[in-house]
Design a protein around this ligand. Structure first.
Ligand SMILES: [Zn+2]
Length: 73
């Protein structure tokens, strides 16, 4: 899974930086968030393939799903 580092979101368990990645499903992309330090990992949401026309859009949408883990101290 290709992952990108989120610039602001931090792990709710250890406050380390988070990475996010996408997995292709037949009708959508599943977005995963994972910690760079501990084993915390969640499936943050799904993005419909019809909603995405460029790969860049997919990564922007995936990044926005991580806003719930910004300033989570
Ligand atoms: Zn962590």
């Amino acid at each position: 899974m290709e992952t990108h580092r989120h610039t602001e979101a931090t792990c709710p368990r250890c406050l380390s930086a988070l990475y996010y990645g996408t997995k292709a499903e037949p009708s959508c992309w599943k977005v995963y968030y994972l910690c760079s330090n501990c084993d915390w990992e969640v499936m943050a949401g799904r993005i419909g393939r019809a909603d995405i026309s460029h790969q860049d859009e997919l990564w922007e949408r995936a990044e926005s799903l991580g806003e719930r883990w910004v300033n989570n101290d």
